[in-house]
Design a protein around this ligand. Sequence first.
Ligand code: SF4
Length: 324
Amino acid sequence: MEKEIILEIKNLCKYFPVNKGLFKKPSLVKAVDNVSFSIKKGETLGLVGESGCGKTTTGRTILKLYEPTSGNIIFKGEDITKKSEKEMIPLRREMQMIFQDPYASLNPRMTVGDIIGEAIDIHGLYKGKEREERIKFLLDKVGLNGSHINRYAHEFSGGQRQRIGIARALAVEPDFIVCDEPISALDVSIQAQVINMLEELQEEFGLTYLFIAHDLSMVKHISTHIGVMYLGQLVEKGLSDDVYLKPKHPYTQALLSAVPIPDPQIAKNNNRIVLEGDIPSPIDPEPGCRFKGRCPKAMPICQEKDPVLKEVENGHFVSCHLFD
Ligand code: SF4
C-alpha cells in the first residue's frame, strides 16, 4: 500500500529584509528560495548542504518558527501556511524539533523531569503520577535512567543531553520531527549511537523526520530520500541511494567527494573535487545559477538563466543546465 504524504512543501520562500540606509529600498536575504518537497509517513528526508545554505531556516519555517514569505506548507493534508500562533498550538504537539546544540537548548535551571514535562503540561497530557511515569518511560526509551529525573542538564555529557532533547521532543507524542543537525555537536564516537537510536524510535513510534545535516554519510544512513541545498535553493533531490551513489549536480558531486573514506587505499584513488571561489552572498543574488562562480562545469548559459529543478531519472530531480 502506498504510504500517505504527511508533509508537502510547495515553492517555500523565506526572505529576510536587510536595511541598507534610511532612503534605500531594503535588500533581501533569500535564505529559502522556492523550495518544494514532500515526505511520506514513517520516512526521512535528509537535507544537506554547507553552513548557511538555508537548511535550518527551511526546518524552522516549516514549523512556523519563522513566518514564510510565500509558498505553502501542507501538513496531513491541511494548508497551515497562514495559521496564527494561536492556531498553531495544537499542531505544535504533532510537529516537534530536536535542536543542534544540546548545551544551549536545555534550561540549566530546570531538572530533567521539568524539561521533558514542560510540553506535557502545556498540552495537558498527563498529571501527577502518570506524568512522572511518562517522563521515566521516555528517559528509558532514549537510553537514560528514570532515576535521572531530578538531575540538572549540566550533570550530563553532550550525548546524554542530546538524548534529553530527544525525550523532550517525544514527550508530546509527535508525528513529525525536524532534527536540526542533532549530531553535529557530538563526539564522533557518540554520533552513530544517536543515529541508531533515532532510527529505532522512528520504527517504534512511526515517526517522520526531516533530518538536517552537513555530513552526507550520516544523512545517507538514516534517510529514505536526500535533498541537497545550495544558497537557499534545492539543487538535487531523490532516493537516498540514487543521490549518494549517482550524484548528478556538480555541487552534490563535490560534497560527496569530500566525504572521508576510512580505507587509505581507496581514499588515495578518490578524486576529491575542490571547489574554487567563495560562496556568494544570499543578499539579492544575481541572475543565473547560484553555483556558477564555483562550478567546474559552468557554461555561458549558467551566467544568465536560472536552472529549474526537473526530473532527469525516475524520482531523481536536478537543477542544472547540463540536463536541459
Ligand atoms: Fe554548473 Fe551551470 Fe549546472 Fe550551475 S547550471 S551547476 S553553473 S553547469
